[in-house]
Design a protein around this ligand. Structure first.
Ligand code: FMN
Ligand code: SF4
Length: 405
């Protein structure tokens, strides 16, 4: 089953494997680069059914980093080069579209960061301003426009980011949404912004684009969304006619490692930071702010089974797929696709290797160097770095490995 074709709406993938949206940090001034192109070509050459360009902002205020893509007409020709090459290699191309809400700062987003409510986000750190109703309508339309730009750029699918504590998720979660109007209060009200965005997305997707939504099964901390509310959200996504859901969890400003599991190498993260106040601030407070979440293979499977039982649309499993037996188990349990982030960073040809060897296991150690590096540099796996690693980073990696055998 793993290597048989299957559909996401109007789009047929050659097999059930998808490279998940894992931020490459390879954009420059919010434009694509040859490095971004070459990484996705390598994954397409490596056998995946579809590869996803990670987080692209739907407008300027949606951006957290200069290294993220800003999905706009000016970059359509360079994105076309990427999608054409992916197609030539037999894979399909998707792009994650989103708005970061309060996960940014003024220099990148071009104004005071916007969010469901006015407040302070300690993780950025930044103050943020609650969105006005007219701005909410505009953002929903911009989600729809992003679909048209993605189509012009040759993408087969879009993946709407509605999880991980980004803007749609900030509206859904009672932790970040304290609005007193029709966008706040009950879960029904908190879903309204998501509904508006997805209605626009589905309208613009028409009959030729696949639409995927990445959503949480839990926010991953006390006071966030729990599984029953997330089931209600997923049913609403299904009702809106979306073609597939990616089941994830976590909240970047509160439970970041819930998304990926394992330990965050704090020294490594701060080593690459440029601003001194942030570097030393995170070095001191990081371990209190970023909770460890133990990694185990297929760590989201137990929760995901509840979503499989409650929903009919195709589901995409993500989280801790590290070998072929695990990948097959997920598909055998009724999930139509698997997504992988770290396995395909560690081994871009992981899918072909699984095809050749029924027991193949990737070489990822889940020490999460790639995640620590992502905040300041382009994506890279420490096992394949060209540059020598500083001694203190090597020591930290060894220590984490020892603590998490
Ligand atoms: C370096 C890195 C960057 C990531 N960036 C994103 C992102 O931009 N958007 C997103 O939805 N998930 C992001 N993720 C999460 C992955 O897409 C995926 O959900 C998670 O890593 C679990 O899959 P895995 O165990 O196969 O790595 C990122 C993960 C990694 C390791
Ligand atoms: S850096 Fe570490 S966690 Fe990331 S892909 Fe490489 S081995 Fe895996």
């Amino acid at each position: 089953m793993l290597f048989t074709p299957a559909n996401i709406g109007p789009v047929t993938l050659r097999n059930r494997t998808i490279r998940s949206a894992a931020f490459e940090g390879m954009g420059r001034d919010n434009n694509p680069t040859p490095a971004l192109r070459d990484y996705h070509y390598s994954v397409a050459d490596g056998g995946v059914g579809m590869t996803t360009l990670a987080y692209a902002g739907i407008c300027r205020s949606a951006l957290s980093f200069d290294t993220q893509l800003w999905l706009r007409p000016e970059i359509v020709p360079s994105l076309r080069e990427i999608t054409d090459g992916i197609h030539e290699r037999g894979a399909k191309a998707s792009i994650q579209i989103g708005h970061c809400g309060n996960m940014t700062h003024i220099a990148t987003s071009g104004g005071i960061p916007v969010a469901a409510c006015t407040g302070f986000n300690l993780y950025s750190p930044t103050i943020c301003r609650g969105l006005r109703k007219d701005e909410i309508k505009t953002l929903a339309r911009q989600f729809g426009q992003a679909v048209n730009t993605a189509r012009d750029a040759g993408f087969d699918c879009v993946e709407v980011h509605a999880g991980h504590g980004y803007l749609i998720s900030q509206f859904l979660s009672p932790y970040t949404n304290h609005r007193r109007d029709e966008f706040g209060g009950s879960l029904q009200n908190r879903m309204l912004f998501m509904q508006m965005c997805l209605e626009e997305v589905m309208k613009q997707a028409g009959s030729d684009m696949g639409v995927i939504v990445k959503t949480n099964m839990r926010d991953g901390f006390k006071g966030g969304l729990e599984i029953d509310d997330c089931l209600t959200v997923a049913k609403e996504i299904e009702r809106l006619g979306v073609h597939a859901i990616v089941l994830s969890g976590g909240f970047v400003s509160k439970a970041p490692m819930y998304v990926m599991r394992g330990e965050m190498p704090i020294y490594t993260m701060t080593h690459y930071m440029k601003q001194l106040w942030l570097k030393y601030g995170v070095r001191i407070a990081g371990k209190y702010m970023i909770k460890k979440e133990p990694f185990k293979p297929l760590y989201f499977l137990e929760d995901a089974r509840r979503f499989r039982a409650a929903l009919r649309l195709p589901l995409i499993y993500v989280g801790g797929v590290i070998d072929r037996p695990g990948a097959e188990k997920v598909i055998d349990e009724g999930f139509e696709f698997i997504q992988m982030g770290r396995a395909l960073l560690n081994e871009p040809d992981f899918v072909n290797k699984m095809k050749e060897d029924k027991c193949h296991r990737c070489g990822c150690d889940h020490v999460n160097y790639c995640i620590a590096r992502m905040y300041s540099r382009e994506m890279a796996c420490h096992k394949h770095l060209q540059e020598p690693l500083p001694r203190k980073i090597i020591t930290e990696i060894e220590k984490i490995k020892k603590n998490n055998p």
